[in-house]
Design a binder for this molecule. Sequence first.
Ligand SMILES: Nc1ncnc2c1ncn2[C@@H]1O[C@H](COP(=O)(O)OP(=O)(O)OP(=O)(O)O)[C@@H](O)[C@H]1O
Length: 281
Amino acid sequence: MSAHRSETIEQTSDAQDAPPSAATKLELVGIGKEFRSKRASTHALSDINLTISDGEFVSLIGRSGCGKTTLLRMLAGLLSPTKGEILIEGRSLWSGTKVDSSVVSQLGVVFQEANLFPWYSVADNISLPLRLRGDGKQERRERAHELAELVGLKGFENSYPRELSGGMRQRVAIARALSIRPKLLLMDEPFGALDALTRERMNLELQRIALATEATVVFVTHDITEAVFLGDRVVHLTPRPGRIRQIRSIDFDRPRSIDVQTEPAFGAIVRDLRHALDEEE
Ligand SMILES: Nc1ncnc2c1ncn2[C@@H]1O[C@H](COP(=O)(O)OP(=O)(O)OP(=O)(O)O)[C@@H](O)[C@H]1O
């Protein structure tokens, strides 16, 4: 396991992130978001420009309130941007406040809470998106079993959510998000509610799954170590309004073992990012 290079790109409004080397999966062009109500207006995000390549894993970090969840919700088709454009494989996700549902149906989303249906088995929870789009029973069964194996839940297909640990429930949520073979996997603090050891194991699992499926992932976290461990790049957002402050390339070989976290180069990146976040106090 070795670190070769770690490069920081300081972001200004006209110096954007590096052009992608592989096919572009996702493009955010001049994204801004304002929440307006009768009493107040919050400028949540401003001038977000980011290009993500096919198969890339991008971690989003930043202080509470810097707009991470808002950005993810816009990518997931749940919230429209006030300004700018989101392109997924060149197709515009939003036109005004109208979302292209054919693009949304190809996204996988995982939140902090697994949000499983307690009366459905693991297999039925995993294959629910397939059922909703009308896939046949046999096809759903096969895919659920294949995914249960992928996320390390082989043998638990007939269990119910109440019989699972928090980490296992999150694996079901990840498997469910992967069931449709999404073009893009969006994850908002998926391991935030787990204890430190389970979280570490889930980081390894997620890396394995992302490599196996060649998924493109946008991953929101408060945890800098997790962001650096998982990310090909770490995007640091700064608040009021949320802007990209820096984009850091993380070039440790994959698959990464937890031991990479003890390497001086890894520690140096985490420290730099922590200092940058502390400066915002
Ligand atoms: N529905 C909403 N209406 C009004 N303001 C909102 C709404 N959602 C978010 N905001 C505001 O937008 C800003 C960004 O919020 P957001 O939840 O995206 O931040 P975050 O970085 O995800 O925070 P955290 O790390 O605490 O989850 C905050 O100032 C928040 O108060």
